[in-house]
Structure formats: structure tokens, C-alpha cells
Design a protein around this ligand. Sequence first.
Ligand code: NAD
Length: 256
Amino acid sequence: MGLMTGKRGIIFGVANEMSIAWGIAQQLREQGAELAFTYLNEALEKRVRPLAESLDASLILPCNVASDAEIEAVFKAVEQQWGSIDFVVHAVAFADRNDLKQPFSQTSREGFAMAMDISAYSLVAITRCAAPLMNEGGSIVTLSYLGATRAVPNYNVMGVAKAALESAVRYLAAELGEKGIRVNAISAGPIRTLAASGIANFRAKIKLMDDYAPLRRTVTQTEVGNSAVYLLSDLGSGVTGEVHLVDAGFNVVVSA
Ligand code: NAD
């Protein structure tokens, strides 16, 4: 018996084998979870489908989270296949590359709205569809970063979106707690992924971890996955509305 045996859920945010969502999916499967996956577009489907199949995925569906219709279609398909779900992993974020390079005050209105829509509002839209399928309670986990609470160089509009995301976690947790649905975020240390490659001078963030984090390194996708298992399984049954740090202790030190 694994910690997730008998539990079914959907993973939003696998792009490739470097994705944090992939690290989470592997740990969930190892603990016995049954998984459904979504992919953003046809180009990514080619990468996501074989990965999902290797974990015996029940469903592999397209979903651009900027579209309510596409989110609704995912949950309709999942309802038809499973009837109910136990968990959701939201590991999706996007901002225009230029907005992650230029001074923050230069962020365009459109760039700001898009980062907020895809990186923060999508959690609200996904939770709205997931909650009615969580008949016996459930658990939702999203991914955040230190830039939500500190002004991290070059993180810019994404930091503002992560602040909104962490706030949304608290409001969703407050609303859904009485239905036995828990909502939490994992604030992960910097990890080399496709999304991270859009952040200017990302290498410097890894170097800071190597130099100053109490563990003298950054974290891995597997370590984030292990914390996700804790929050999504019954081990985390008393935890909701939390931002759980998986950052090698970086948050506790002064870096210069
Ligand atoms: P990633 O590029 O592997 O994952 C980001 C995912 O978002 C991709 O699968 C991409 O397809 C998806 N996505 C983007 N726009 C979308 C849209 N409109 N609809 C549906 N999907 C969309 O990178 P990652 O680093 O694994 O990112 C996963 C999450 O972890 C993000 O929320 C990111 O902000 C967060 N995070 C990353 C780090 C890091 O250092 N890599 C640290 C902390 C938090």
C-alpha cells in the first residue's frame, strides 16, 4: 500500500522531464496514485504523452488554462472516466520574456494581465471545476517562489503573480475547508526548467543557493515531489492554506 493508493488526480504543468510537475507525478505514482495529465499544445503533447504513458496515465488531455472552456472540458472528461477526483497539481506559470528582463516599472498592462491570468487566476478556475468532483474531500497543490514575498532580481511581474497566487491559496482554503478540500502552495527553490530559462540570469539564483542556503545547494524536482505527496496524501490532512517551503532553508538566511 502506497500513501496515494486509491487516490486519483490531475497534473497540470508537465512540459518535459525537467518539469517540477513531472517530479511530482513520479513521486505520486510511486505511492500508488492514478494520474491524468494535461498538456498546453500539440508541440508539447509529443513530449508529455510518452511521459504520461510511462506512468500508466488514465487520461492525457489538452488544456490551455487561459481558456475556461478548455479547463471545463478537462474536468468533464475526468468526470466521465472517474466520477470523482481526490487531488489536483497546478504547476503552471507564464510571463512574457521581456517582462522578466526590463525594469519592473516597464511592465505592460497586457503583460501584467497575462501573467496574472495564466499564473494565478488559473488556480481559481481549476479549483472551481475540481471542487464539485471532490465528493469525499480533496487536496490541491500549486507552485510558488520566494519572489512572491521578496523583490527578487528579474522575477518582476511573476513575483506579483505569485503573491496573488499565494493569496488565492488562502482564500480558496478558507472557502473549501468545510467541504474537506485543502489548498496549499509549495514555494520551491530555483530549479533549472523550461520556465526558469525565461528568467534573466537564472544561474545567479542557483549560485546563491550553493553559496548561502543552509543545505549549500538548491532543491530537486524529486524533493518538491516528496513534499507534494505529503500535502496531497492523508499525511497532510491537518494542513491547508499554507505556503510550504522546499528551498533548502534559503528563506532563513541573509545572503550578503
Ligand atoms: P515548466 O516549464 O516545466 O512548467 C511550466 C508549465 O506551465 C509548462 O508545462 C507549460 O506548458 C505550462 N503552461 C504555461 N502556460 C500555460 C497555459 N496557458 N496553459 C497551460 N499550461 C501552461 O517549468 P517549472 O519550473 O516546472 O514550472 C512549474 C511551476 O513551478 C510554475 O508555477 C513555476 O512558476 C513554479 N516554480 C518554478 C521554480 C523553478 O525554479 N523552476 C521555482 C519555484 C516555483
